[in-house]
Design a protein around this ligand. Structure first.
Ligand code: SAM
Ligand code: SF4
Length: 372
């Protein structure tokens, strides 16, 4: 077993997960009948912000350069995932814009998987200067994280006074035609008072805002179930200023439930990842920046694909077959919800006993180290 920096997940020797009972299919299926179509690829642990719900103040320990997947390796892995049914690829991190070779990563991805939708989750700092090269390389969409439209409040939450650069980045994305630009805001006691102002700003600028319940993925491990701001409470706050009409989900596997704002067409979404878990419809699989597969945000199981890429090392079909088999095995072992299997022994779940739908498996990695 290998220990990985940025927390110490259990990295299984490649090929190790049991595939007992797995049907003979190329697809990335799991034991609960879910099929992965949506791939999140973390490209770095570095970030230009230090959001309190995600990063420690000093940032995450640096991943040695040689441990990061290269653009060619990312392209190759995405190509393998594409042949196994991946249809959406989202780059994340850390902050993807911290990678100077991001356009090359997107280009390799587009070449390896021409039919996928390519998007990026970003804090948008510097996006205005790089959006054109990213769109040329094949980027289709961006989701921008923005928790507050109040400069002082933004600086407190992110530990950096950089709201103007974020807004410039959003304008850059809109100017490049990357619409709809989706905005993600993490719902915390501190963000509730400014939530209606943020929604008004999003509506005015033609962005689609979604609030996300805070999950226990902060590096400082300060998450407290009793402090959780629920979707219900947010709806009360927004409902005092806007007329909200429920319009459901874009599709059954979409995590956000949507409400029309003042009769539409603007909408606001809520991703109630804690109080209304959507794990039953999860179609995600994740690659960390060091090339391990995670089947779920939570828990500590990872399967190392980089070792296969590098030790067997050749651009041959046998290596691709070994990689897809390891990936399929990792996904077959995907837990039922929040990193936990129902009926599994309680090994110190957060937020309740392991059988509680709102409980989470502990994870050594924080959101910034996994890739949200
Ligand atoms: N730096 C980029 C950004 O902020 O968009 C990409 C990486 S960030 C880890 C991806 C997403 O995870 C962001 O939308 C962020 O708000 C979300 N996130 C981070 N920590 C979270 C937490 N504890 N609970 C819920 N969402 C979280
Ligand atoms: Fe950086 Fe994104 Fe984490 Fe904020 S949420 S610290 S922008 S990685």
């Amino acid at each position: 077993m290998t220990a990985v920096a940025l927390g110490l997940p259990r990295v299984r020797p490649t090929g190790a997960p049991s595939t007992l009972g797995r049907p003979d299919t190329e697809a990335l299926v799991d034991r609960y009948g879910r099929v992965a179509h949506d791939l999140r690829v973390s490209v770095t642990e570095k970030c230009s912000l230090r959001c309190t719900y995600c990063m420690p103040a000093e940032g995450l320990p640096a991943i040695p350069r040689e441990d990061l997947l290269t653009p060619a390796e990312i392209g190759r892995l995405v190509g393998i995932g594409y042949r196994a049914g991946i249809r959406d690829v989202r780059f994340t991190g850390g902050e993807p814009l911290m990678r100077p070779d991001l356009a090359e990563i997107v280009r390799r991805t587009r070449a390896a998987a021409p039919g996928v939708r390519i998007s990026m989750t970003t804090n948008a700092i510097g996006l205005d200067k790089r959006v054109d090269e990213l769109v040329d390389a094949g980027l289709d969409r961006v989701n921008v994280s923005l928790d507050s439209i109040d400069r002082r409040h933004f600086a407190e939450l992110t530990r950096r006074d950089r709201l103007p650069q974020v807004l410039a980045g959003i304008q850059g994305a809109l100017g490049a035609g990357l619409s709809p630009v989706k905005l993600n805001a993490v719902l915390m006691p501190e963000t509730l008072a400014g939530a209606a102002d943020l929604l008004a700003w999003a509506v005015e600028h033609g962005c689609r805002l979604r609030f996300i319940e805070q999950m226990p993925l902060d590096a400082d491990q300060n998450w407290d179930r009793d402090q959780l701001v629920s979707a219900e409470r947010l709806l009360d706050v927004l409902g005092a200023r806007f007329d909200l009409t429920p319009v459901g989900r874009e599709d059954p596997s979409a995590p956000a439930e949507e409400w029309a704002v003042d009769g539409g067409p603007a909408t606001v979404g809520i991703i109630a990842s804690v109080t209304r878990s959507f794990c039953g419809d999860c179609d995600r699989t994740r690659l960390t920046a060091e090339g391990t597969v995670r089947s779920c945000l939570f828990g500590n199981e990872e399967v190392d694909l980089r070792a296969l890429l590098r030790t067997e090392g050749h651009d041959d079909a046998a290596t691709d077959a070994a990689i897809v088999a390891a990936w399929q095995g990792a996904m077959w072992a995907k837990p039922f919800a929040h990193g936990l299997d129902r009926g599994a022994p309680d090994t110190g779940a957060i937020g309740g006993p392991a059988d509680d739908p709102e409980a989470f498996a502990r994870t050594e990695r924080s959101m910034g180290a996994i890739g949200g």
